[in-house]
Design a protein around this ligand. Structure first.
Ligand SMILES: Nc1nc2c(c(=O)[nH]1)N[C@H]1C(S)=C(S)[C@@H](COP(=O)(O)OP(=O)(O)OC[C@H]3O[C@@H](n4cnc5c(=O)[nH]c(N)nc54)[C@H](O)[C@@H]3O)O[C@H]1N2
Ligand SMILES: Nc1nc2c(c(=O)[nH]1)N[C@H]1C(S)=C(S)[C@@H](COP(=O)(O)OP(=O)(O)OC[C@H]3O[C@@H](n4cnc5c(=O)[nH]c(N)nc54)[C@H](O)[C@@H]3O)O[C@H]1N2
Ligand code: SF4
Ligand SMILES: [Mo]
Length: 703
């Protein structure tokens, strides 16, 4: 094969950096940043730079299909046909006996758009259930819900060029230095060129990002809505709102104004545990800057009031007209490489393809017609979102679950119950690229997946930009691409459920699947009917929308002040502060915060294989303020047991002045492959936001 370089996209975060993969004789030998990719212009972070090293060996990879031949037997290697037939036959049997809602799919924002599209088509178009949800429920669903409520459609209005044009950057619940390092690099360069730029960081912890800010608002966990309302109060009473913009392009302001009348900066600062001057300073910078940009992530979304937190921040942007112009806007950063693609194909329990709605009969009919199935095939019953899906599994209402590209036995809250649910299931199918995760350990059938560097497709990054992912080498062993696996099982299932009918999976070439997806977006807000692999290959990564006939994509949305709501106006929402779902008490006095480390990725199936990625944080820890530790006679290195109403685990203690007193912090990454427990989610709580169904992974009460 010789030496070649293949243009692709990093498989980690939603920044979506372009990479060039060097390979020789079927082996990946190097990775460098793609100088031409508009997300990173050649830069990469530590994770991206180490991609080649993590791909260098097949050790730890899932190489062959495996299954249990009887309920309690260990899994053993089988051929692909046997594994595929078995999944299809079990699903068909359960669907016949108990109906389509007795099976479920739990997929991932790390699947490529084409794979995601096929999974969604299988669940909604073949099985006829909306029980397909994803780890994006733990991640983006509050942002999605708020965008839809405020603007009438999902999707960030801003773009990366805004990073260079903002005069005030508000980081809300985002630790960019760890989670989106290349975007932070772009911001640093922008600030070096324009030193008057102000950075405000809102985070209960003094993160590396907070340490770089001009102003750090170290709020009490969960108090963001009070903060934003207090800031809005100041902006209104100081005349810093954009009255013309409000009257021309929005609705609902009077009600909001009435509500925040009572939230004075003084009161808000008190709730947040910060100084009133700091709150006012933040409002002044935000309101007086020519362009204010908010970057927000899990500190807002992973909350039982995550939608409200998003809406309260969006209120600030609408009230000041800081949207639809260069350097401005409420910019939700996506975590996973293809959280956006998943939203586009409607791969969730609460939505249909191309931003259509399950409860809209016309939308269901459009999708059914596109797939060539009777309209009744598409269920009008919303599917179960992640937490409810695993509850239903435990209660026996769902009998079989097919998990792909996620490790829920590590990443869902309340792990003792997640494990009980998987143990109760009649069938657990796990499709993963790596053999040893906390979830593969519980699989009845393991389907080995090809992964980054080995498969073709597309991903969409945070700024709505679609990039190609390309194969540089063949997959190891008998691993197959996710799209191939889904299509194989889909065809078998179709034959069992609808014998003789034409297959919906006749042409599953990746380029054809992409075309099918693009066609389904025609006329929708995310219209990409003008895209194809040919366009992406010749013109490079493209943003949506890009309708047929358009010569250029739209970098920013809502530039004309016309929103995707029925009357074209954006909507304010009068949201009130509510405390986290679980109260701290004498029994559980600590507020447990969780989050990420710079060099590890989620359950560490890939990053955890490289010694160099442990240099930054070599071991797990429970972080605690030194005063709290001293009061308990504890010091760094002591083994401590942290427990909540759900469960417990033991971790080494690390004292840290980054945290406020009364809170503890643990990184989410460590799991059963490294610990004698499933990690911090043994204790985290599954309470969800009532609108987005996203669980409050950040705020459990613990002791
Ligand atoms: N290195 C690395 N990068 C990643 C990932 C990874 O695993 N490793 N994962 C990717 C994914 S999927 C995601 S979703 C993103 C997540 O990216 P981020 O959301 O930036 O990362 P987190 O560390 O989860 O949480 C961000 C911050 O929220 C703060 N926080 C907690 N409670 C509150 C609160 O009530 N209010 C506010 N304002 N802040 C609060 C935490 O202290 C934390 O510092 O990262 C992506 N990038
Ligand atoms: N306490 C706490 N918990 C959290 C969070 C938190 O902040 N705090 N964050 C939440 C968030 S935002 C997220 S996004 C989730 C992430 O949680 P998970 O979805 O569990 O994250 P990963 O460990 O990345 O799981 C991806 C799996 O896919 C496998 N894989 C890799 N490539 C491929 C492929 O090409 N095909 C297939 N089929 N498999 C592949 C990997 O080996 C890995 O096992 O965690 C959530 N859980
Ligand atoms: S910033 Fe994100 S996409 Fe870019 S190299 Fe790092 S992990 Fe990959
Ligand atoms: Mo995420």
């Amino acid at each position: 094969m010789g030496r070649t370089e293949t243009r692709s996209t990093c498989c980690y975060c939603g920044t979506g950096c372009g990479v060039l993969i060097a390979s020789e004789d079927g082996r990946i030998t190097g990775v460098r940043g793609d100088p031409e990719h508009p997300a990173n212009f050649g830069r990469l972070c530590s994770k991206g730079l180490n991609l080649a090293a993590s791909a260098a060996s097949d050790s730890g990879r899932a190489l062959y299909p495996e299954m249990r031949l009887t309920r309690d037997a260990p899994r053993q290697r089988v051929g692909w046909d046997e594994a595929l037939d078995s999944v299809a036959e079990s699903f068909a049997r359960i669907i016949h006996q108990h109906g389509p809602d007795a099976v479920a799919f739990y997929v991932s924002g790390q699947l490529l758009t084409e794979d995601y599209y096929l999974f969604n088509k299988l669940a909604k178009g073949v099985v006829g259930t909306n029980n397909i949800d994803t780890n994006s429920r733990l991640c983006m669903s509050s942002a999605v819900t708020a965008y839809k409520k405020a603007f009438g459609a999902d999707g960030p209005p801003s773009c990366y060029a805004d990073l260079e044009q903002a005069d005030c950057v508000l980081f809300a619940g985002s630790n960019l230095a760890y989670a989106h390092p290349v975007l932070l690099r772009r911001l640093e360069e922008a600030r070096a060129a324009r030193p008057d730029t102000r950075w405000i960081v809102i985070d209960p912890r003094r993160t590396d990002t907070a340490a770089m800010a001009d102003l750090h608002l170290q709020i009490q966990p969960g108090t963001d809505v009070a903060l934003f309302n207090g800031m809005l109060h100041h902006l209104i009473w100081e005349g810093l709102v954009a009255a013309d913009y409000i009257s021309a392009h929005t609705e609902g302001f009077a009600e909001l104004k009435q509500m925040v009348r009572n939230t004075t900066p003084n009161m808000a600062a008190e709730i947040c545990g910060i100084r009133e001057e700091d709150l006012i300073q933040a409002a002044e910078w935000f309101g007086r800057s020519p362009a204010s940009l908010s970057l927000y992530c899990m500190g807002l979304n992973q909350s039982s009031h995550g939608t409200d937190k998003n809406l309260a921040l969006i209120n600030l942007h609408l009230a000041t007209g800081q949207i639809g112009k260069p350097g401005a806007g409420p910019f939700s950063l996506t975590g996973q490489p293809n959280a956006m693609g998943g939203r586009e194909v409607g791969g969730m329990a609460t939505m249909l393809a191309a931003h259509r709605d399950i409860d809209n009969a016309a939308h269901r009919a459009e999708v059914a017609a596109h797939w060539g199935v009777p309209a009744e095939r598409l269920s009008a019953t919303p599917g179960l979102p992640a937490i409810a899906m695993f509850d239903a599994l435990q209660q026996g209402r769902i009998k079989a679950i097919w998990i792909a590209c996620s490790n829920p036995a590590h990443s869902l809250p309340n792990l003792p119950q997640v494990r009980a649910a998987l143990a109760k299931a009649e069938l657990v199918v796990v499709q993963d690229a790596f053999a040893h995760t906390d979830t593969t350990a519980l699989a009845d059938i393991l389907l080995p997946a090809a992964t980054w560097g080995e498969k073709e497709g597309t991903v969409t990054n945070s700024e709505r930009r679609i990039s190609r992912v390309r194969a540089a080498v063949p997959p190891p062993g008998e691993a197959q691409s996710d799209g191939w696996i889904v299509s194989q099982i889909a065809r078998r299932l179709e034959a069992l459920l609808y014998p003789g009918a034409a297959s919906l999976f006749a042409d599953t070439e990746v380029a054809s699947v992409f075309d099918e997806h693009c066609a389904l977006t025609a006329g929708r807000d995310l219209d990409i009917s003008g895209l194809s692999y040919a366009v992406l290959d010749s013109a490079g990564p493209q943003q949506w929308p890009r309708p047929a006939g358009a010569v250029q994509a739209q970098a920013r949305r809502y530039v004309d002040g016309v929103f995707a709501t029925a009357n074209g106006r954006a909507r304010f929402h009068a949201v009130r502060y509510q405390p986290p779902a679980e109260n701290v008490s004498a029994h559980y006095p600590f507020r447990l915060l969780t989050g990420r480390l710079r060099d590890q990725w989620h359950g560490m199936s890939r990053t955890g294989r490289l010694p160099q990625l442990f240099a930054h944080r070599p071991e797990p820890a429970l972080e605690m303020h030194p005063d709290d530790a001293e009061r308990r006679g504890l010091q760094t290195g002591d083994l401590v047991r942290i427990s909540s109403k759900r469960g417990q685990l033991v971790l080494p203690l690390a004292t840290s002045r980054e945290l406020p007193g009364g809170t503890v912090f643990a990184a989410m990454h460590w799991n059963g492959q490294f610990l004698n427990s499933g990690g911090i989610n043994e204790t985290s709580q599954p309470q969800v936001d009532g609108q987005s169904f996203q669980p409050e992974l950040k705020h459990a009460a613990s002791r």
